[in-house]
Design a binder for this molecule. Structure first.
Ligand SMILES: O=C(O)CCC(=O)C(=O)O
Length: 255
């Protein structure tokens, strides 16, 4: 199959995202760029410290400036701009790689609940990049369409041994009829809103499922860094600050 890149976002796609809280998209990176990223993350996974699972590679860009090649890629910013406007802050990133026949479950959750005390207003878009193909069999992400309009979901604790996070939306608050599997070919991506309820199943297949979540917010969002349990850097990657100097931005490193 030929590898075509897509960097324009139609008005219909923007509307779809606004109405449903997610959208599947094409390939933003070229095939060599994607292969280079996969080679890089393969080495990162090989070198993970004892006991660290490959689903838990959170904020890898703090230690790997190379990843800014992707996080600040002009084509990515061109697409993100269509959804959140021209003043763009890199909020976070995370590799979630599920080993074959072993990956953890990601429980139903809204990212905004986890980040609630840190960001105001809660306005984040996540680009989920398929480093490997991501299908139902190997645990692709699933969303509840339209759930980004809901702020009052109840949560209950789940066991941390098999789940990537510690709590999950209670079943009674999930409209399973609106669940959509976001299957992707290698290099394709999807986007979701901070309030969209999403999950993914363990990987029961013979194929690894590695995704890179690249998270951005408009530059009017205030980051209350003091409420975060660890040091967390944010980066103004396009345009200008809109918080009247409230936010402190780290410089984008050489990559
Ligand atoms: O990779 C997954 O299965 C889940 C990703 C996720 O929870 C997120 O991007 O917020």
């Amino acid at each position: 199959m030929s590898w075509e890149t897509q960097t324009t976002v139609s008005e219909e796609q923007v509307q779809f995202y606004k109405e449903n809280g997610y959208i599947t998209f094409g390939r933003i990176f070229t095939e060599p760029e994607l292969d280079e990223l996969r080679d890089y993350v393969d080495v990162m996974i090989e070198n993970l410290p004892e006991g660290r699972r490959p689903e838990q590679m959170d904020v890898p860009h703090f230690e790997h400036p190379y990843l800014f090649k992707y996080l600040t890629h002009p084509n990515v910013l061109k697409v993100i701009e269509r959804f959140i406007g021209p003043d763009i802050v890199l909020w976070s990133s995370h590799f979630i790689s599920k080993r074959e026949k072993d990956g953890m479950e990601v429980p139903w959750h809204q990212d905004g609940v986890y980040w609630g005390k840190m960001l105001e207003p809660m306005h984040v878009i996540t680009m989920w990049l398929a480093v490997d193909e991501s299908k139902i069999e190997n645990g692709c992400m699933r969303v509840i369409s339209g759930s980004h309009n809901l702020r009052d979901r109840r949560y209950e604790k789940v066991d941390r041994d098999n789940n990537l996070f510690g709590s999950e939306v209670v079943e009674a608050d999930l409209d399973g009829t609106k669940a959509v599997n976001l299957e992707l070919e290698v290099g394709e991506c999807h986007f979701h809103d901070a309030w969209t309820i999403h999950n993914s199943s363990p990987n029961a297949s013979q194929k690894r499922r590695c995704g890179y979540t690249m998270r951005y917010m408009p530059a009017n969002v205030q980051f209350h860094g003091a409420n975060w349990r660890r040091t967390h850097n944010i980066y103004l990657v396009q345009g200008v600050d809109r918080t009247d100097g409230y936010n402190t931005y780290e410089s984008v490193p050489e990559f």
